[in-house]
Write a protein that binds this ligand. Structure first.
Ligand code: PEP
Ligand code: MN
Length: 338
């Protein structure tokens, strides 16, 4: 932590900063510039000390943290990229993992038809929301428990892995019993009581980026999941809110290399919620793989015009098939496989 004193700060004000740092057990290095003093506060766990404890002191101009607020999710904690295992697949390895399926589980037929088709086309995981966090309370909220049972049936009949969103601590037991990857939606990225409970499950957790979360806030939220020993965390970029309204959200492609630089966790991309329109989904998906994403989470519906949720951004089977074939050479070009 770096404490910059105001120009002309009194010696006793500098001394107070030094004493406070020592009271936390930290070492101090004083740097006397031509017109101001800069106090470097040194220690392996300065992150535990509130920076405000220094910022409020008289004579202090600013306090800057040098260390990142996240630890367990950082590259410093784990130099090598983590591979997250789910069933017989690995996310973060050479193979790009495709997760595809409807936004919401609507019926046994809808889910089974979609799952069979996307499996044939190369998807290893089928997605489907049973508990839907809808913006309006009057919109379809999902089939809830029944939806989870339908996902469990797909899993046993087709041998596919399933991913579904968890919105409430009270559903953890049900989902942990049937679902292979638990998805934390964008709206719950900072629901810390949910994250703390999910840290205790053995399944991988997919943590979507919050609608307006910075990469640092996202990785710090990932620390909550890892703090109790669950190392199986997968990040998912799904677009962020900007002033641009021609797409539903703005896909932050740059977060992929940024995450790869600062974190060891695998990152996949959800092009569907960023796009908001099926026509944009393939371009975003291809860009994501080119940029180094470890996988994709794509909304696919056999009849998007009949979808209860997110029909406009869902690929039909023909478009999904086309995208899968277009992704192959891109994956190869960046040293990956699909
Ligand atoms: C979803 O994947 O269905 C979903 C609701 O996504 P997000 O949390 O990214 O909005
Ligand atoms: Mn959706």
């Amino acid at each position: 932590m770096i404490v910059e004193m105001k120009k002309g700060a009194l010696q006793e004000q500098v001394n107070t900063v030094v004493e406070r740092a020592r009271s936390f057990g930290f070492d101090v290095q004083l740097n006397q510039g031509t017109d101001k003093v800069v106090v470097a506060i040194l220690g392996s766990d300065t992150g535990k000390a509130p920076s405000d404890a220094f910022a409020v002191l008289p004579g202090v101009e600013s306090v800057t943290r040098v260390m990142k607020p996240y630890k367990l999710a950082s590259r410093e904690f784990n130099r090598r990229a983590s591979k997250v295992k789910a069933g017989d697949i690995e996310i973060g390895g050479k193979k790009i993992v495709i997760m595809a399926g409807p936004c919401a589980v609507e019926s046994q037929k809808q889910l089974m038809d979609t799952a069979k088709s996307v499996q044939k086309l190369g998807a290893k995981v089928v997605r489907g929301g049973a508990f839907k966090p809808r913006t309006s309370p009057f919109a379809f909220q999902g089939l809830e428990d029944e939806g989870i049972k339908l996902l469990a049936k797909v899993k046993s009949d087709l041998g596919m892995l399933v991913i579904s969103e968890i919105v409430d601590v009270e559903h953890i037991e049900l989902l942990a019993k049937h679902i292979d990857i638990l998805q934390v939606g964008a709206r719950n990225m900072q629901n810390y009581s949910l994250l703390k409970e999910l840290a205790k499950v053995r399944q991988p957790v997919l943590l979507k980026r919050g609608l307006s979360a910075t990469v640092t806030e996202w990785l710090t939220a990932a620390d909550y999941l890892m703090a109790e020993g669950n190392k199986k965390v997968i990040l998912c970029e799904r677009g962020i809110r900007t002033f641009e309204d021609s797409t539903r959200f703005a896909m932050d492609i740059s977060s992929i290399p940024v995450i790869k630089r600062f974190s060891h966790l695998p990152i996949i991309v959800d092009p569907s919620h960023a796009a908001g329109h099926f026509e944009y989904v393939p371009s975003i998906a291809k860009a994501a793989i080119a940029a180094g994403a470890d996988g994709l989470l794509i909304e696919v519906h056999p009849k998007p015009e009949e979808a209860l949720v997110d029909g406009l951004q869902s690929l039909n089977l023909k478009n999904f098939q086309k995208l899968m074939s277009e992704l192959k050479p891109i994956a190869e070009a960046v040293g990956r496989e699909i």
